[in-house]
Ligand binder design. Structure first.
Ligand SMILES: [Zn+2]
Length: 313
């Protein structure tokens, strides 16, 4: 499962892009779900450089309408239309930013009816806001000078048949298929329920916390996340700037991952003042050791799902 689940980093800059950091852009491959988060300026080309295609996109999440998180949207949507997708693109965004989405979709002269190519999901309430494949999308309001929405993607637990338990129970051949179809089967004159020979593994959870100062909603979003993608715009000695502009320091991102009980932290959205982001990784790691800095065009595998052998024999 893990091998087909990864984060493709398209951009890691905050307000100002640098020679090595494009504006924001994050593509999550979650099996057959291909989800683009915050297409900043240049995202279309970054996707080409990363060897990914707009044609297969399953959906887009926009956290907020500051330029570094959305100025690439018109290009991505226009590109995708030219690739003749088989379904319109669902797009989640903070409802109060509808006027900006309108302008972005009507930003240029084009024959493409972009309004029909996008299915709008304005987020006005916190809670579950939609589904993509096996994943439920939950939104929470974060804390920034404009309306910002953080997102959590969560899949339900999976049930697997345990080959060992099946062998011990003497279930083989056609009986395995029957067990899967009907939930129970008779073996040697005794009824056997599927729960006796199966185990459950938790579903995977991904959280996106982009552009916020410290808030409880962000911690809740990241609760138990396998991967927390979190902004870490500043180092600790610029904590006053972080507070003033509604951002996090790297140490705060680390503290957030720890408070949420996350498994893996990926920090991003770096101020252009940090040529080398190692200082940010160090400060985050002091709070939460399992952290990496996102780098443009890097592929980061999601940590594999923990398996819980729960089969009784
Ligand atoms: Zn930003």
């Amino acid at each position: 499962v893990a091998s087909s689940r990864e984060l493709v980093v398209l951009g890691t800059a905050s307000q100002e892009p640098t020679r090595t950091r494009n504006h924001n852009g994050y593509l999550f491959h979650l099996d057959d779900v291909h989800l683009l988060v915050d297409p900043g300026e240049g995202t279309q080309r970054q996707m080409t450089l990363a060897g990914t295609s707009t044609a297969h996109l399953s959906g887009v999440l926009v956290t907020h309408f500051h330029g570094d998180h959305c100025l690439g949207l018109p290009g991505v949507v226009q590109r995708r239309c030219l690739d003749r997708p088989d379904h319109p693109l669902p797009l989640w965004f903070p409802a109060s930013g509808a006027v900006y989405l309108d302008r972005l979709l009507h930003a240029t002269a084009t024959d493409i009816p972009l309004d029909r190519e996008v299915v709008r999901h304005p987020v006005s309430e916190e809670g579950e806001v939609g589904r993509l494949g096996r994943f439920t999308i939950t939104a929470r309001r974060l804390h920034h000078p404009v309306d910002v929405v953080g997102y959590r993607l969560e899949e339900p637990p999976r049930t697997h048949l345990s080959p060992d338990a099946l062998a011990r129970a003497g279930v083989r051949g056609r009986a395995v298929g029957e067990l899967q179809r009907y939930g129970s089967v008779v073996v040697d004159g005794r009824p056997l329920h599927v729960s006796e020979v199966s185990y459950t593994s938790p579903g995977q959870v991904v959280a996106v916390v982009l552009d916020t100062s410290w808030c409880d909603a962000a911690v809740e979003l990241a609760r138990g996340a396998d991967l927390l993608l979190c902004e870490a715009t500043y180092a600790e000695h610029e904590a006053d700037l972080a507070e003033r502009y509604g951002h996090l320091t790297a140490a705060q991102a680390g503290r957030m991952a720890r408070a949420a009980g996350a498994r893996f932290l990926v920090i991003t959205h770096f101020s252009s003042r940090y040529h080398d982001v190692e200082v940010l990784v160090r400060e985050a790691a002091a709070e939460f050791p399992t952290v990496v800095a996102a780098r443009d065009l890097e592929r980061i595998p999601l940590p594999p799902i923990l398996r819980q052998e729960g089969a009784s024999s």
